[in-house]
Write a protein that binds this ligand. Structure first.
Ligand SMILES: Cc1ncc(COP(=O)(O)O)c(C=O)c1O
Length: 291
């Protein structure tokens, strides 16, 4: 995609049509970063890659009751969360598109990632945050040089303000721009490689907007389609009961409208919810165990 578009002309979300390739012998010899899966990341020219050598975080074995569980330590990524995976690819794409400034809305970690990678790229960055943003996250975003706009009101009001600004500026949205998910998906590549190119039985993921869940789903699906793995894991999304729009949607598939969250957090768009619910159900369609 060589245009600065981040949504369909109908207003809906975009998917990228992209064939991922996994030359395993070459990958094995590369640096331990998420960019070792270079042929599976939709950036045309290496010169546009914006990276802090992120990725290939450890899988930590922990004994829980009678079984061993593996924890993927993505808090060790440069700004402290998995969002760096998405930001690295999204801001690389912004550089490829010769974007001079991006806008984003966030209540914390995504804003930190987009701010840090924009700074690395020399791209201006404006982040719209809700009034009750965490003071620590605010300091972190500012420390990367981002311009911060504190929006009176909720997380949704911050998103609406960013959407307005996105009429004129490139929207580096972690929840709406498809390039973000094509960075997050490297989580799945790493897990499978660390298990000897085998999919885990199950992955348990925290879900807010669902970018980690969707990214993981895309990643496992690309590995399956490329014949690198032979089944996909059961994907379990965990939501806090205070903010569970996808879960509510799954339980009440007839709901058409956005679902309210707690007053502290956002509503999720119907199109995003539809995508999450189809991802959660998709493993049975593509050969994995049913959700
Ligand atoms: C550390 C961490 N885990 C999980 C989530 C939930 O991610 P998502 O909103 O993409 O589902 C977030 C989102 O901000 C996060 O920062």
């Amino acid at each position: 995609m060589e245009e600065r578009v981040w949504r369909c002309s109908c207003g809906g979300l975009l998917d990228l049509e992209f064939e991922a390739d996994f030359p395993l012998e070459k990958i094995r010899l590369r640096k331990p970063t998420m960019w070792r899966y270079r042929e599976a990341i939709p950036i045309s020219h290496d010169s546009n890659i914006i990276s802090f050598l992120e990725g290939y975080t450890p899988l930590l074995e922990v004994d829980l009751e009678d079984r061993t569980v593996l924890f993927k330590e993505d808090h060790l990524l440069p700004t402290g969360s998995f969002k760096d995976r998405g930001a690295s690819v999204l801001i690389s794409k912004a550089r490829e598109l010769r974007v001079g400034r991006v806008v984003e809305d966030s209540s914390g970690n995504a804003g930190c990632s987009i701010a840090a990678y924009s700074a690395r790229a020399g791209i201006g960055c404006k982040i719209f945050v809700p009034w009750n943003v965490s003071p620590i996250k605010l300091i972190q975003m500012r420390s990367y040089g981002a311009e911060i706009v504190r929006v009176p009101g909720s997380r949704e009001d911050a998103a609406a303000a960013a959407l307005g600004a996105a009429e004129k500026e490139y929207y580096a949205s972690h929840s709406r721009n498809p390039f973000f998910l094509h960075g997050v998906k490297t989580f799945a590549f790493e897990v499978c490689e660390q298990l000897g190119w085998r999919a885990p039985d199950s992955v348990v993921l925290p879900v807010g907007n669902g970018t980690l869940l969707l990214g993981a789903y895309i990643g496992f699906k690309e590995l399956l389609e490329a014949g690198v793995i032979h089944e996909t894991p059961r994907i379990v999304g965990v939501q806090s009961s205070n903010c569970a729009p996808p879960m509510t949607r799954i339980s009440s598939p007839s709901l058409k409208d956005t679902l309210p969250c707690s007053k502290w957090t956002s509503k999720i768009e119907p199109s995003f919810l539809r995508r999450i619910t189809s991802s959660l159900r998709a493993p049975s369609r593509i050969g994995g165990p049913p959700f």
